[in-house]
Design a protein around this ligand. Structure first.
Ligand code: ASP
Length: 364
């Protein structure tokens, strides 16, 4: 391992760390990959905005000396077990047949191992099952029935993951699918139609020794075609760790991320010296470049959103989104994109950097 970055290079690259920066500097090609060898001086964790409790928990566990992957999974489990988080684990929104299918993946930097599960049914904590794949098999990914049997063999309990809340939302979606279906429509004004169909938690962790891990867990796209697997369980897309460099992960439109191997790419940009925020933005520019025309607006901007979160070996972190705000017809719901982080002392939300300003004229 060699440190080909000078201190000046590194500080320059890291200057885009502050959240809210719009466009980072253009990437300059470097002849050979570089790595950061100086480990974190502090514990740190970064996660999607629904991971505020997760990064708080990670901070506490790291202080007790708990391993980075174990801490990350204990953190995201809070969301997996929370019936009110309809994007992850128990309570997640189901596929088009009303069945909850969960995806998760994880990487452990020190041991350089990975584990994942896709389209897993009936188990509340897919992140833990992914860790068992990492720990106890020579494989990296198990899917569907095989993943469930694997989990049951370790004593995971099979449960009905569809909460009443998620079922009600699914029933309302089904009722309003279209004029030619066999269901009687439910009026829109009854506020029964779901607008937000994405959701996931990603968490990336580094401890003061510079050991790094990452995990992503999700119920995926609501109302998806049964068997659809998104980016979250794919190593290199939903999350990625290189213990020499850092970790990154994603939430948002998985199909857009898969095409660029976004978590891997973000870590590679950090390897070349970019700050976590700049690396995430650069990956999003690649996403824009690989987006097909049918998914772009008149100005060539993606109609969807995608977010990356990243931490480097030194404990610096950042997050970026394609759009500055969530899209909504309701001005109150046009909240700014944020991410959660534990900065060594406290857990808090930070505004994401972004490529495009949404609702600039309204000032919201
Ligand atoms: N990325 C997840 C997927 O495509 C969903 C999300 O994050 O909203 O399955």
């Amino acid at each position: 391992m060699s440190d080909s970055l000078t201190r000046r290079d590194f500080l320059g690259a890291a200057s885009g760390l502050a959240a809210g920066a719009v466009l980072g500097p253009a990437i300059t090609a470097k002849a050979a990959p570089a790595v950061h060898v100086r480990p974190a001086a502090r514990n740190a964790a970064v996660a999607s905005a629904n991971g505020l409790r997760a990064v708080q928990k990670v901070g506490e566990l790291l202080q007790q000396g708990v391993d980075t992957l174990d801490a990350a999974i204990e953190g995201v489990k809070i969301q997996e077990l929370d019936p009110d988080d309809t994007s992850v684990g128990y309570g997640g929104l189901p596929n088009e047949h009303g069945v909850v299918q969960l995806d998760a993946s994880c990487m452990h930097g020190p041991s350089r191992r990975a584990g994942a599960v896709g389209a897993l049914e009936g188990i509340k904590t897919p992140s833990v099952v992914a860790k068992y794949v990492l720990l106890y098999t020579d494989h990296i990914m198990l899917v569907g029935e095989g993943a469930k049997r694997f989990a049951l063999s370790y004593g995971f309990k099979e449960e009905d993951l569809l909460t009443d809340r998620a079922r009600e939302r699914w029933l309302h979606w089904r009722a309003n699918r279209g004029p030619d279906d066999d269901w009687i429509d439910v009026p829109r004004e009854e506020q029964m139609v779901v607008e937000e169909r994405h959701g996931t938690i990603n968490c990336n962790v580094v401890n003061a020794n510079g050991d790094i891990s990452s995990v992503t867990t999700t119920s995926g796209l609501a109302w998806k075609i049964p068997g659809r697997v998104g980016d979250s369980p794919l190593i290199g897309a939903g999350q990625y760790t290189d213990n020499d460099v850092g970790a990154a992960g994603s939430t948002g439109r998985g199909e857009a991320n898969i095409k660029v191997c976004g978590a891997f790419l973000t870590v590679e940009f950090m390897r070349r010296g970019m700050s976590p925020t700049d690396a995430a933005l650069e990956t999003l520019r690649r996403v824009v470049a690989t987006t097909e025309p049918r998914l772009k607006d008149e100005q060539g901007r993606p109609r969807f959103d995608l977010n990356f979160y990243a931490v480097n070996k030194r404990g610096e972190f950042g997050g970026a989104a394609i759009w500055s705000h969530r899209e909504s017809d309701d001005p109150v719901e046009r909240t700014i994109r944020q991410y959660a982080a534990f900065n060594g002392e406290t857990a808090q939300l930070y505004d994401s950097a972004y490529l495009y300003e949404r609702y600039p004229e309204s000032g919201q």
